[in-house]
Design a protein around this ligand. Structure first.
Ligand code: OAD
Length: 257
């Protein structure tokens, strides 16, 4: 996993807090790094999922058509692992920030549902949910992380149930993507947390926000292809950076910093 305990850059932290103080419309865009400190593995770090598994064999519609048992088993294990994970302080801070700004949206590539579990209500989920299984043929969905057994079939029509996540070569949910594009185009501050910013269209939202004049804050221990667009870069873990930012932001909002 990437460095997570580097010393806070106080100037960058203050700059981020000042941007947030003045902001009315804020977008928090989160990727796998946001959930790393909850124990959910990332994808592209040295110990990430895609260092150990081949996405073409597990995360495409073709892979599922070839071998639904293999694909389901992998997601079944991820569902079981997620059942043991909980939101951390950073998730809870974002849930509280909903009440601080006139407009505040969380846009997430994460499929773990941890923002909802922490209390966020305005969450645009671009890549679906791991705790949903849905029929490949009919509208039936089964929500929850309970073990559905090996490669389950739909109780209504007997076709395969598949994980409710978006796979490579699939479209993102249109409604969530449209709302995310609008939020990115209209925000004053766009905070990108824990994403490698290489998967589109999600990564393009930061570019949309930047092109529309938003100030971009990046929270990530390592640089990304989008770092150059960030006015402020916090090279720390999501939890630590959000906790520091929340403290500074609260003090400054109260007028005593
Ligand atoms: P990645 O695994 O590509 O990137 C995770 C990012 O989080 C990296 O840039 C890390 O440096 C950073 N990171 C690691 N630990 C962190 C921490 N504690 N705090 C903050 N940042 C940390 O994950 P995503 O960008 O989310 O798609 O990947 C995008 C998509 O690719 C995923 O949604 C998934 C994957 O294939 C689907 O499942 C459809």
């Amino acid at each position: 996993m990437a460095r997570q305990h580097s010393i806070m850059d106080v100037d960058q932290l203050r700059a981020a807090a000042e941007l947030l103080i003045r902001a009315r419309r804020v977008v928090l865009s989160t990727g796998a790094g946001m959930s790393a400190e909850s124990g959910v593995p990332t994808f592209r770090d040295a110990s990430g999922m895609w260092a150990r598994f081949n996405p073409e064999e597990l995360a495409t519609p073709m892979a599922f058509a070839r071998d639904p048992h293999k694909v389901w088993d992998w997601y079944r294990a991820r569902r079981a692992a997620l059942a043991k994970c909980n939101p951390h302080d950073g998730h809870r801070i974002l849930a509280n920030w909903e009440r601080r700004f006139p407009e505040f949206d969380v846009i997430t590539q994460n499929v773990d549902g941890l923002h909802h579990r922490a209390g966020s209500t305005r969450v645009l989920e671009l890549h679906g949910r791991l705790d949903v299984a849905r029929c490949v043929a009919c509208p039936r969905q089964i929500a929850g992380l309970e073990d559905l057994g090996p490669a389950p079939k739909c109780p209504d029509c007997d076709h395969w149930l598949r994980p409710g996540v978006v796979w490579f070569h699939e479209s993102l949910p249109a409604e969530a993507l449209e709302a995310a594009e609008l939020a990115a185009a209209q925000c004053d501050v766009y905070v990108s947390v824990g994403t490698s910013s290489v998967v589109y269209p999600a990564a393009g939202l930061l570019e949309t926000a930047y092109a529309a004049g938003a100030s971009v804050i990046e929270i990530n221990p390592t640089p990304t292809p989008c770092s150059g667009m960030a006015k402020v870069r916090l090279r720390n873990s999501a939890r630590a950076a959000l906790m520091e930012l929340d403290q500074l932001f609260s003090r400054t909002s109260d007028g005593d910093a």
